[in-house]
Design a protein around this ligand. Structure first.
Ligand code: KG4
Ligand code: ZN
Length: 345
C-alpha cells in the first residue's frame, strides 16, 4: 500500500509518499517561518494563504521524488485537525480532490495520531506503548493500545511545553521559532544560576502545568539590567528553564510509567513525540528516567518529531489497512482531542 500524505495544520506545508513496508519514498516540508517571523508568531491568515500558494506544487514535487503517478497510489491522507481551520481546509480539500479524481480512499488524519504513530513508521514499535506527546499546542501522557485506542493518563492544566519554549524565547529576545533557539542558547548556559519553580513536581498523577514557570522566567528577565537581554543572561536563563522543564517531564513520566506498568504486563516502552521531542537535552533526560524504570526509550529522529507529512501518510496507512477510510464529506476539525479519534475495535 502506498499513500500520499498532506500536512497543513499549522505553519509547515508538507507532502510525503510512504509505503506500508515503512519506507518513506518522499518527504518534503516547506517552512513558513520567514513569512511569520516579522510578527513574532504564526498569523493564521498568512498561513492559510501560503498553504494555498504552495501545496499543489509541493504535492507534484513529492510524487516526482517518489517516481510515481497518482494512479500508483492506494490512498490519500490529510491532517483534518486539530489545527488552524484555514490551513486544514486547504490540505483536506486538496486530498479529497486527488482522491475523487483518481478513485482512491481518503483518510482524515488526526494530527496528534500522526505524531503518536511515528515510532511505528521509524522503528516498527508494537502496541501497547506509553507516549509523552509534547508539541506547540499539546502536552499529554497517553497509553497507546492500538490505532484509535488512546487512554489519557494526564495532560497540561494550562500551557503546552512548546508554547512555554516559544514564550521563553520571545522574552529572552531569541526570536521565533522558540524551541530550537532556547535549546541552542541553553547549550552554553549555567542551569544552576536561576532558581526556577518545577510546577507539579512530586505530586501524584500525570498532569502538567507550565504557566508558573513562564511567569518565573518573566520575573527573572525583569530583574536583569535594562535593555536587551545579554547573551550570557539569555544562555543561563534558557539553560535554567530547560532544566526545570526536564525535571517536570521526568517526574510526570515516572508516575506514568508506574501506572502504565500496572496495567500492561508487556510493552514497556516510553515514547516521546511531537516538536519538543526534537530537543536533545530532554531526550537524554527522558531516556535516563525510562531506563531507571526498566522501560525501553524511543523517539523519532528530530525531523520526524516536528511537523511533517510522512507521519500523516503513515497514520493514513495504519487507518486504511484497517478499513477506516473517511467519506469525502468529512469536515476539518479545528479542535479534535485524540481520545475521540475513531476507535478501530
Ligand atoms: O509538533 P510541532 O512541530 O507543531 C505542533 O503540532 O505544535 O511542535 C512545534 C513546537 C514549537 O513550540 C517549537 O518551539 C517546539 O515544538 N520545538 C522545540 C524544539 N524544536 C521544536 N522545543 C524545544 N526544543 C526543540 N529543539
Ligand atoms: Zn505537530
Amino acid at each position: 500500500m502506498i499513500v500520499l500524505g498532506i500536512e497543513t495544520s499549522c505553519d509547515e506545508t508538507a507532502a510525503a509518499v510512504v509505503r506500508d513496508d515503512r519506507s518513506v519514498l518522499a518527504n518534503l516540508v516547506l517552512s513558513q517561518i520567514d513569512e511569520h517571523r516579522p510578527y513574532g508568531g504564526i498569523v493564521p491568515e498568512i498561513a492559510a494563504r501560503s498553504h494555498l500558494d504552495h501545496l499543489d506544487r509541493l504535492v507534484a514535487r513529492a510524487m516526482a521524488a517518489a517516481g510515481l503517478g497518482f494512479a500508483a497510489l492506494d490512498g490519500v491522507a490529510a491532517t483534518a485537525g486539530p489545527g488552524l481551520i484555514g490551513g486544514l481546509m486547504v490540505g483536506v480539500m486538496t486530498a479529497k480532490a486527488i482522491a475523487a479524481v483518481h478513485g482512491l480512499p481518503f483518510a482524515a488524519v488526526n494530527h496528534l495520531e500522526g505524531h503518536a504513530l511515528t515510532v511505528r513508521l521509524t522503528d516498527g514499535l508494537a502496541f501497547p506503548f506509553l507516549l509523552l506527546l509534547v508539541s506547540g499546542g499539546h502536552c499529554q501522557l497517553l497509553a497507546v493500545a492500538g490505532v484509535g485506542r488512546y487512554r489519557r493518563l494526564g495532560g497540561t492544566l494550562d500551557d503546552a511545553v512548546g508554547e512555554a519554549f516559544d514564550k521563553t524565547a520571545k522574552m529572552l529576545g531569541l526570536g521565533y521559532p522558540g524551541g530550537p533557539a532556547v535549546e541552542r542558547a541553553a547549550a552554553a548556559g549555567d542551569a544552576a544560576r536561576f532558581k526556577l519553580p518545577r510546577p507539579m513536581l512530586g505530586r501524584a498523577g500525570c498532569d502538567f502545568s507550565f504557566s508558573g514557570l513562564k511567569t518565573a522566567v518573566r520575573h527573572a528577565v525583569k530583574a536583569l539590567p535594562e535593555g536587551p537581554v545579554r547573551d550570557r543572561d539569555a544562555a543561563d536563563l534558557a539553560a535554567s528553564f530547560q532544566a526545570a522543564v526536564a525535571d517536570v517531564l521526568a517526574d510526570r513520566c515516572a508516575n506514568a510509567m508506574t501506572e502504565f506498568g500496572q496495567a500492561h504486563a508487556q510493552g514497556a516502552t516510553l515514547v516521546v513525540a511531537g516538536g519538543v521531542a526534537a530537543n536533545q537535552a530532554l531526550r537524554a533526560r527522558l531516556g535516563g528516567v525510562a531506563e531507571d524504570h526498566g522501560f525501553a526509550f524511543m523517539a523519532p529522529p528530530p525531523e520526524l518529531c516536528t511537523d511533517n507529512a510522512a507521519m500523516v501518510a503513515w497514520a493514513g496507512i495504519e487507518r486504511l489497512r484497517l478499513g477506516l477510510a473517511d467519506g469525502l464529506d468529512f469536515a476539518p476539525r479545528p479542535r479534535w482531542p485524540l481520545e475521540e479519534a475513531t476507535d478501530s475495535t
